[in-house]
Design a binder for this molecule. Structure first.
Ligand code: NAP
Length: 283
């Protein structure tokens, strides 16, 4: 019977727990979470078998760290201190450079695999967990060469059971590219939501008139500020760089409108339609 400890039993930790239990019933899953009511919920809905704490980690075959990225930075060294020589620790935070830096010289660095599963929803907590969330999705692994080979193999077997495909990247490249395709989308959605809420003080009107375009564009604005603030903090430089380009594009679009340059507007949109080809086969 293998023992897996999930630290942070929310959307990602809970979904992994569900998948692991499903593909490998001979597993006991323990939950560790700063939020006691989340632990109770996780037991109630069957994500975990029992509660645990960090002192129990010496018994773990595997530990999944799925807490917000600021909390990951704070706890990761304690986790590595607490595990046995054979334990695999998988960390799933949405930023990778800060976490890889903080463990660089830790004596148990080889027990850790730094990953970012590109899967999720705008919801948080154990009730947001979904069976099969990771199936067909990409998992980005950073600094794979820093992880012991046997533990890499164990992790790859788990990701294969979850149905994930693997991409290898260095943490710097990960943080740069993820700022473009994920972090900017969240900022753009939050600020679209903010703008419309400020303009339409009567929220009922928004609800009545909101078509599927608004709903899908603003979906990410439902995401948790507790999760996203530390992501923006840790990836500040890349996010500012891409935000500057985005703002320049918005300014240019406004300028085309002010100068009645509809030819330019048409052509901007036509060029951007190319996204259909780029995303074909990805989403
Ligand atoms: P979540 O649903 O909010 O779950 C995180 C859980 O960790 C919550 O129960 C939270 O409690 C708890 N927690 C916070 N600080 C803690 C600490 N110091 N020790 C123990 N537990 C703590 O978040 P999530 O969406 O699963 O995200 C988890 C991680 O996965 C993050 O690093 C995120 O960047 C990464 N990730 C997220 C997605 C996504 O789409 N959501 C995708 C890929 C990767 P409270 O709610 O009380 O704070």
């Amino acid at each position: 019977m293998q023992k897996i400890y999930v630290i942070g039993i929310g959307l990602i930790g809970g979904s992994m727990a569900l998948d692991i239990k499903n593909s490998n019933p001979n597993t006991t899953i323990y939950g560790i979470d700063a939020n006691v009511s989340h632990l109770d919920e996780a037991i109630e809905i069957g994500l975990i078998d029992a509660k645990a704490n960090i002192n129990d980690l010496e018994n773990a075959d595997m530990v999944l760290i799925a807490v917000p990225v600021d909390a990951s930075l704070m706890i990761i060294k304690d986790v590595l201190d607490a595990i046995s020589e054979k334990t695999l620790v998988i960390e799933v935070g949405s930023t990778k450079e800060a976490i890889c830096n903080v463990v660089k010289t830790h004596p148990k660095r080889r027990n850790l695999l730094a990953t970012h599963p590109i899967a999720g929803t705008e919801f948080s907590g154990p009730k947001a967990a979904i069976l099969g969330l990771f199936n067909g999705k990409t998992n980005i692994i950073c600094e794979v060469e820093e992880t012991a080979f046997k533990l890499q193999e164990k992790a790859l077997k788990l990701f294969a059971d979850l149905g994930m495909r693997i991409r290898y990247m260095n943490p710097k490249a990960h943080d740069k590219h993820i700022a473009y395709v994920s972090h900017l989308s969240h900022i753009s959605s939050f600020m679209l939501g903010k703008t419309v809420i400020e303009k339409e003080k009567n929220e009922r009107d928004i609800f009545d008139m909101a078509g599927s375009g608004f709903e899908s564009t603003v979906r990410l604005a439902k995401s948790s500020p507790a999760m996203w603030t530390p992501i923006f903090e840790q990836n500040k430089d890349n996010v500012i760089e891409i935000l500057e380009e985005y703002i320049a594009n918005l300014e240019q679009f406004k300028n085309h409108l002010e100068t009645d340059n509809y030819k330019a507007i048409y052509s901007e949109m036509e060029n951007t339609n190319h996204i259909k080809t780029i995303l074909k086969g990805i989403v």
